[in-house]
Design a binder for this molecule. Structure first.
Ligand SMILES: [Zn+2]
Length: 317
């Protein structure tokens, strides 16, 4: 009888699922809306129901499930299975592993969503051939994940890979984490829109941009040669390169994988990023290093969550 693993990726809007065999073959994927009502107290119930329904649909008995991996947008304690804080869901000190394990009577492994996206890209995506990668996701904010020698690096309180909250500009812009000058405030949607407003304050030339332009507009305008947009994109690339060069020097990965919605900007993002990076990085750390865009898109999280469960269950041994 085949055995199965379910990978779950909890997001602020939707929660995605992947059903895999313990050999790593994907059988199905689906998603449900994320119910954030009353601090997300109903969400685990919905996740449980959704998995059980899918098992019925595929005529799989519940005994066929061997484990669940689940990614959460926040800080998690992998060892205890507790979500310390997931602001977008409303969970705080939430015993996610225990709640799901009680429903299915199988081990449940949790981690941060960006860490699991890194794991997904390492298992089935852009970092498939490399033992060590650094993954950075550029969306509303900036997340990251570290894979070293084939395993995920998280740290005792789960902050490993959190490049978005590394100080890039000492005493710079105030960040949502309460400190000043975090990378996230200069890069990705949040930072770029803030830069746009700052630049516009002293700008007298002509530009297609205005104070409410979306990030995609900024990259489109930069691609078309709009001087203001080029400056903003270049500044973001400069700070991202600075942070990535320091990360690469310390971690020495073989590949830096760029994911998240903003990676759709393609070469308009990559060209200035790599150019600045080459100037910042320690030469030896760059020797075997390459850059690549992520390949799994929105599925990276379910692949990574499945990988986590499979790895912890010993499926790869
Ligand atoms: Zn911060």
């Amino acid at each position: 009888m085949s055995k199965y693993v379910v990978g779950v990726d909890v997001g602020g809007t939707s929660t995605k699922f992947g059903l895999f065999t313990t050999e790593g073959e994907k059988m199905d994927k689906w998603k449900i809306a994320t119910d954030r009502k009353d601090n997300g107290m109903y969400l685990t119930g919905h996740i449980t129901e959704s998995i059980k329904e899918r098992f019925v649909k595929h005529s799989i008995s519940e005994g066929g499930l061997t484990g669940i991996g689940i990614g959460v947008p926040g800080f998690v304690d992998e060892a205890s299975g507790i979500v310390d804080i997931a602001v977008n869901i409303g969970w705080e000190n939430y015993p996610l592993s225990t709640n799901l394990a009680d429903a299915f009577h199988v081990p449940v492994f949790i981690n941060n969503d960006a860490n699991l996206a890194a794991a997904g890209e390492h298992w089935q995506g852009a970092g498939k051939k490399e033992a060590s990668i650094f993954f950075v996701t550029l969306g509303t904010g900036v997340g990251g994940g570290i894979i070293v020698n084939g395993d995920l690096v998280t740290g005792p309180s789960g902050t490993a890979g959190e490049i978005g909250h590394t100080i890039t500009v000492p005493h710079g812009r105030l960040c949502s984490c309460g400190r000043e000058g975090c990378l996230e405030e200069y890069v990705a949607a949040k930072g770029l829109q803030r830069s746009l407003r700052d630049y516009l304050r002293n700008f007298e030339g002509s530009s297609s941009l205005h104070k409410d332009s979306e990030v995609i507009d900024i990259y489109e305008a930069a691609k078309a040669g709009d001087a203001l947009a080029v400056d903003i994109v270049n500044e973001a690339a400069y700070y991202l390169a600075y942070a990535l060069a320091n990360a690469a020097t310390m971690i020495n990965p073989e590949k830096i994988v760029i994911g998240g919605g903003i990676s759709a900007a393609g070469e308009t993002l990559m060209r200035p990023l790599v150019a600045h990076f080459k100037r910042f990085v320690l030469k030896e750390a760059d020797k075997y290093l390459s850059f690549e865009f992520a390949q799994l898109g929105n599925d990276a999280g379910i692949y990574g969550a499945t990988w986590l469960a499979m790895r912890r269950l010993g499926c790869f041994d």
